[in-house]
Design a protein around this ligand. Structure first.
Ligand SMILES: Cc1cc2nc3c(=O)[nH]c(=O)nc-3n(C[C@H](O)[C@H](O)[C@H](O)COP(=O)(O)OP(=O)(O)OC[C@H]3O[C@@H](n4cnc5c(N)ncnc54)[C@H](O)[C@@H]3O)c2cc1C
Length: 480
């Protein structure tokens, strides 16, 4: 089948999946006034694959079938593959006004990790997950399915392991093995775009011990599987006017609490069942690919922050001020350092042992950690350049009201030659990015999504070989 059209994708979401939003069961996520915004945003993935201007980047010819497929499904076999993937994610996110599309990115991150870990798992345990993963990957690719990944468990008391929790369901686990498959129960949190995808791929969150064997489970199910329920987050649901919310009125991502209420998973879709010694390997392999994806989709957002701050400085007549130039140069350095780090992570990729490559782990984590650590500081630079009208400016209704329009037009201008309306629109753009519900959403996304800061710091320290540096010190300090 290869590539689906936007309409085919949207039609596939009208399948009686159980989605709740703000107290209501939603019968059709594609036509819902709020959820429909996210559905249309995500469907840009399919639009770009058909667009002659993007088709070369977004698709490839799969040698096994001779079909044109979404490039997201291409297993990374070289640094060149990773660089093209990075460019594809950056470009498609840019077309999505700085918001990642995420209906193939995260799912294929999971597929790549499953390929690598299944090989190690099969070699150690005599299982045959590798063929299952390959068959499932081929089905996703050939049907051009969209996918979400439910990795993060709800986790209860963070200081306790799954089996030590107050009840057994704070981490998703196997409750029954049957002839036709396994039955699982539990809930995952923060599942991005789950209402807009065909498939939900489930992975373990963390390393697990023998006592947590039942929690070592990975599988995939269609979104309309009986027992599966999605409870959507209302964040940024009030954004309707493109004057006030030029970005979030048309671009949205939805996360869900994803409940697995005794869900049956057929055997051919089970990719880990109790092999607890590989749970940490799978969790980490996924986040390596996913943090590479994450940093690749951050740069278009940073381009918008820089461009908006630069224009605002000009509109306010402060573009020559020393402190403004310093802030703009910091924004340039931030954007390009993030981009350079992730490109270098692709160039420094390493073989996984399964015929694929993974991005350099240390550089990927440094890129993500550097990005997240400095994000709030960079937001404050943009807010500082824009001024207080970001939150005290007039409403669209007063701008349009003939009784108030002339006052606003006359008094809220900036530098000569810049229209008052352009200045207000730019202020609204910056508010949407950095001082709105949507701006707050991005602050939390950038801090927590793809794993919190501490997870990245731990990985950097664990995977960086410090022997060379220690040996240099020993040599010049005459220690041995
Ligand atoms: C917008 C958004 C989208 C997301 N999308 C997805 C998705 O599509 N799929 C998915 O699976 N996940 C997704 N996530 C989840 C993301 O990976 C998690 O938010 C992240 O791993 C942090 O987990 P948490 O939110 O449970 O916070 P917590 O783990 O509760 O972290 C809060 C604080 O507690 C600290 N902490 C936690 N445990 C310990 C401990 N044992 N000891 C010491 N300190 C501890 C952390 O370091 C942090 O400082 C998304 C998150 C966001 C915000």
């Amino acid at each position: 089948m290869g590539i689906r059209t936007v309409e085919e994708h949207l039609r596939s979401l009208r399948d009686d999946r159980v989605v709740f939003f703000k107290g209501q069961r939603v019968s059709d996520v594609t036509s819902h006034p709020v959820l429909g915004i996210g559905a249309r945003h995500a469907s840009l993935d399919f639009q770009l694959a058909e667009d002659p201007a993007f088709q070369q980047l977004m698709t490839y010819i799969e040698p096994a079938t001779g079909e044109r497929c979404s490039r997201f499904f291409k297993l990374p076999e070289s640094a060149e593959d990773l660089l093209r993937r990075r460019l594809m994610i950056e470009t498609s996110t840019r077309e999505g006004a700085g918001l990642v599309l995420l209906v193939k990115e995260i799912g294929t991150d999971a597929l790549f990790a499953l390929h690598a870990v299944a090989r190690r798992l099969d070699a150690a345990c005599g299982t045959s997950y590798r063929e299952r993963v390959a068959a499932y990957h081929a089905a996703c690719r050939d049907h051009d399915w969209s996918m979400a990944v439910a990795q993060s468990d709800v986790k209860g008391d963070r200081s306790l392991r799954p089996s030590q929790q107050a009840h057994p369901d704070y981490y998703l686990h196997i409750v029954e093995e049957r002839r036709d498959g396994i039955v699982v129960r539990g809930a995952k949190a923060h599942t991005s775009h789950a209402p807009y995808v065909n498939e939900i791929i489930v992975l373990p969150t963390r390393a697990l011990g023998e006592a947590d064997r039942a929690y070592a489970v990975a599988f995939a199910v269609p979104a309309a599987t009986p027992g599966l329920r999605f409870i959507g987050s209302p964040f940024s649901a009030a954004a309707t006017s493109t004057f006030h919310h030029p970005l979030s009125a048309e671009h949205k991502m939805i996360e869900t609490v994803t409940v697995f209420d005794n869900v049956l998973v057929p055997w051919e879709r089970v990719f880990m069942k109790g092999e607890h010694q590989f749970a940490g390997d799978l969790a980490n392999s996924f986040v390596e690919y996913h943090r590479f994806t994450a940093v690749s989709y951050k740069t278009p957002w940073l381009e918008l922050m820089l461009g908006a701050a630069d224009l605002m400085a000009e509109y306010n007549g402060i573009e020559r001020a020393a402190h403004v130039r310093e802030k703009l140069s910091a924004l340039v350095g931030y954007l390009e350092a993030v981009r350079a780090l992730i490109q270098q992570a692709a160039l420094g990729c390493r073989p996984t042992g399964a015929g694929t490559v993974a991005p350099d782990s240390v550089l990927t984590n440094i890129a993500k950690c550097y990005f997240a650590t400095h994000y709030h500081q960079m937001v404050s630079y943009v807010q500082d350049i824009a001024g207080g009208l970001l939150v005290t400016g007039p409403s669209e209704e007063d701008w349009l009201n003939p009784e108030t329009h002339a006052d606003l037009e006359h008094y809220l201008g900036g530098k000569a030659g810049v229209s008052t309306e352009a200045r207000l629109r730019l202020l609204n753009f910056i508010r949407d990015m950095c001082a709105s519900d949507y701006g707050g959403y991005h602050e939390i996304l950038n801090l927590h999504a793809e794993g919190g800061l501490e997870a990245q710091k731990m990985t950097i320290l664990r995977n960086y070989d410090r022997t060379f540096c220690r040996d240099v010190v020993k040599r010049f300090a005459r220690l041995a």
